[in-house]
Design a protein around this ligand. Structure first.
Ligand SMILES: Nc1nc2c(ncn2[C@@H]2O[C@H](COP(=O)(O)OP(=O)(O)OP(=O)(O)O)[C@@H](O)[C@H]2O)c(=O)[nH]1
Ligand SMILES: [Mg+2]
Ligand SMILES: [Zn+2]
Length: 375
């Protein structure tokens, strides 16, 4: 963590677009979003890192630790709970050296996943990302289903997805894989090597000043190595992949946003084993748009694309126009999403149940109170 350089003076809101904020992605639209807070002692800042219970924000006067006000913590749903990449309204707090995050400005994009563990709901991993670099290594299992899942989530986030095939120095046929996956996923695909520098130039067009670019993908694919290569410095620790040795294999353990020499903002994230789909219907439809198009021509509106007569999807598979594996992948992801809907329903039912129990408990307490008074 960097030292906090925020002075003790009260940082005011910038009158004009201040350069230091602009270099972190601030623009007229953010200034407009901040307008409701501008007449107070609040100042805008961007969340650049999140550690356990501590947020690092950067404002006009520099960097400081911060944490959400109790009110924000209590009120915040996932869309207001500050995360890396968020623009927030901060105010000095009584705790020295720690600013209070009063509000989160509405996000332009949000890369979300199902919350880890048993906690229900979604977790926003990165906010206000323009370009999502989905990294996967060429020398490992290139599971197209897993890639489709990532691309679906990336699309749903509102950011533009780009597939990075890392460690190109370790394989012979990188170019062929690029061609195949471009065809399959219909997004830009780039093969590169952070060790030799091959292919790095191909991602420069996305690394524009003030643009936020996030790196996501499984552990060990070389996300932090790429960040360090682009930064020309060891910003993040990297480590050789170890087989599971009981100590876990994740090297990066927190999310952090850095400014690269060219002015682009790059967000490194810890690799994840499992990215659960979350409210990704729209992204799913875009990823499988050819299936959706075919389905429009099925005889039955609710066609399951199995043995139904007049199924345009099955016809396309028979004609060799559609890969059956793509249909299966689409169906599997759809089912996963459908399962979530009912999971949400179950949660709601549980909430209602506990609410009624509480009401009953309160009613019981009132009755007992009255009974003891009457005694
Ligand atoms: N041969 C080769 N190895 C690479 C390349 N990029 C990264 N590596 C190696 O891959 C290993 C993992 O790299 P990291 O950058 O730590 O991977 P990561 O994606 O950040 O992993 P997590 O932080 O756990 O999510 C390191 O030993 C790197 O040196 C590359 O282009 N070529
Ligand atoms: Mg890393
Ligand atoms: Zn059909």
């Amino acid at each position: 963590m960097n030292p906090h350089s925020l002075g003790s003076g009260t940082p005011g809101a910038p009158d004009q677009l201040s350069y230091s904020l602009v270099s972190w992605g601030w623009d007229d639209r953010w200034a407009a979003e901040f307008a409701p807070f501008a007449d107070s002692d609040m100042w805008p800042a961007r969340v650049t890192a999140q550690h356990r219970g501590v947020w690092i924000v950067i404002g006009e006067k520099g960097e400081t630790a911060a944490s959400p006000t109790g009110k924000l913590r209590r009120a915040a749903g996932d869309s207001e709970y500050p995360t890396v990449g968020d623009w927030v309204a901060c105010i000095e707090s009584p705790h020295e050296g720690v600013a209070a995050i009063h509000a989160t400005l509405p996000r332009r994009s949000a890369f979300r996943r199902k919350a880890a563990g048993s906690r229900p709901g979604a977790q926003t991993i990165a906010a206000n990302v323009d370009i999502l670099l989905v990294a996967t290594s060429l020398n490992a299992d290139l599971n197209p289903r897993r890639l489709e899942r990532y691309v679906t989530m990336a699309r749903e986030s509102g950011a533009e997805p780009v597939l990075l095939l890392t460690k190109d120095d370790l394989v012979e046929d990188g170019a062929a894989v690029v061609e195949r996956l471009t065809d399959q996923l219909r997004i830009p695909v780039v093969a590169l090597s952070s060790h030799t520098g091959a292919g790095i130039e191909a991602i420069r067009p996305w690394l524009l000043p003030g643009r936020t670019v996030a790196l996501v993908g499984s552990s060990g694919v070389g996300k932090s190595t790429l960040l360090n290569h682009l930064a020309g410095a060891e910003l993040m620790e990297t480590r050789e992949i170890r087989e599971d040795d009981g100590r876990g294999r994740h090297t990066t353990s927190h999310r952090e946003l850095f400014r690269l020499p060219g002015g682009a903002l790059m967000l490194d994230t810890p690799g994840v084993r499992e990215m659960g789909l979350w409210e990704a219907d729209e992204g799913l439809d875009e990823t499988f748009d050819e299936i959706l198009e075919l389905a429009d021509r099925c005889r039955f509106r609710d066609c399951g694309h199995g043995r139904e007569p007049g199924c345009a999807v099955q016809a396309a598979i028979l004609a060799g126009d559609l890969d059956e594996a793509r249909l299966r992948s689409y169906q599997r992801l759809s089912e996963e999403l459908a399962g979530q809907a009912s999971e949400a329903e179950r949660r709601e039912a549980k909430r209602q149940f506990f609410k009624s129990v509480q009401v009953n408990a309160r009613a019981r307490a009132r009755i007992e109170n009255r009974a003891s008074r009457d005694r």
